[in-house]
Design a protein around this ligand. Structure first.
Ligand SMILES: [Zn+2]
Length: 360
């Protein structure tokens, strides 16, 4: 399997629910370590890799988050069913009747969020969506003692969606879980690989953050450690090119290139930086698209308001069906994002960044 597809497969298949990003961090460490001069972590687990360019400054922070939507074990019923606390923005109907893995001290435990059969439901009940408070994970245990003893499940154990990566029917589309934001991490690795071959006139920090899905926490701590002059966040964009979703809700389409956020609930990009990115895209013949969302939230917002303020932008690879067990992305959009971000960083010398940071 070619390198990038293999990387996306490994990153998306890895289990890293919010707060439990260890398996993803291990992949990031392995991939980035041959490409950068040093790596460290912040106090909550974000990985900060430093690529030394031909100049020590300006400092460019490239970020993407390692965590995916998940859960943790709340308690086990006397009958051996697992009740859970959700982590991140789940939809109730996205949780139910799906496969999960619980990461225990004894290894991986498989289970399913059981859903009552329609055979026994009234017409009224069939029309209702089940609420998460009534859900549980069936791990095949015979009792609470069996779940704790034989399977090793303890309160606080992380739970991740169980869904595997596939190339969708041989085409350019890939299907899998956690493209939000493993697609950003894979792009970050490829950008650093490209920058390692042709060094930029700056210091670039590739930061794989933790705990984005519950409030951008790792981006806050890591941006304080990095002290960037410019922030570029890589995220999964909201594709709106399938039945039942409208351009009023989101505007990105698979295959139309990387996206640039112009508004989301967490931040506005720096417009000079937007124009700079668009100019680079045009010069390189890379198609780009724009996204204006009323909701959402991303790590760029924390980078932007760290220290005395940092011109920042959020660049995306569009993904369908985010925050569910299966998303769909287009490989061409990924390639465009890697090339665009690599070229943008390669042009970020002291003069360019001083101009981007000037409000005169
Ligand atoms: Zn995300």
């Amino acid at each position: 399997m070619p390198r990038v597809r293999r990387l996306l497969k490994e990153l998306t298949n890895a289990h890293g629910p919010t707060g439990f990003e260890g398996p993803v961090r291990a992949i990031m460490r392995r991939e980035l370590s041959p490409l950068v001069s040093d790596m460290k972590t912040d106090g909550v687990g974000s990985l900060i890799a430093h690529l030394v360019g031909s100049a020590e400054s300006p400092r460019v922070m490239l970020s993407a988050h390692m965590d995916e939507l998940g859960m943790l074990v709340k308690y086990i019923t006397p009958e051996g069913f697992v009740k859970f606390q959700t982590l991140g923005g789940w939809l109730d109907q996205g949780i139910i009747n799906q496969r999960y893995v619980i990461l225990t001290r004894k290894g991986t435990v498989q289970g399913v969020t059981g859903l009552k059969t329609p055979h026994v439901m009234s017409a009224e009940d069939r029309a209702k969506a089940m609420k998460r408070d009534h859900m549980f994970i069936d791990v095949g245990a015979t009792s609470s003692d069996d779940a704790k003893g034989r399977l090793g499940i303890r309160p606080g154990d992380p739970i991740a969606p169980d869904s595997t990566f596939v190339q969708l029917n041989g085409g350019k589309l890939y299907m899998g879980k956690a493209f939000d934001d493993r697609v950003g991490l894979a792009a970050m690795i490829e950008v650093i690989r490209s920058l390692n071959e042709r060094r930029p006139p700056n210091s670039t920090f590739a930061v794989a953050t933790v705990q984005e899905e519950i409030g951008l926490r790792g981006a806050q701590t890591s941006s304080y450690q990095v002290r960037p002059d410019i922030g570029i966040n890589l995220e999964a964009g909201v594709a709106a090119d399938y039945p039942g979703i409208s351009s009023d809700e989101a505007q990105e389409r698979l295959g139309d290139g990387p996206g640039i956020f112009l508004h989301d609930a967490s931040m506005l990009p720096n417009l000079k930086l937007r124009d700079f990115v668009v100019e680079v895209a045009q010069a390189r013949g890379i198609p780009v698209q724009f996204e204006v969302l009323s909701g959402y939230g991303e790590d760029g917002a924390e980078v932007q308001r760290s220290h005395e303020g940092v011109p920042s932008i959020n660049i995306t690879v569009p993904v369908r069906y985010l925050h569910n067990h299966n998303g769909v992305m287009n490989r061409e959009d990924f390639n465009g994002a890697v090339e665009l971000v690599s070229e943008v960083i390669r042009r970020m010398d002291a003069k360019t960044v001083a101009d981007l940071r000037s409000f005169d």
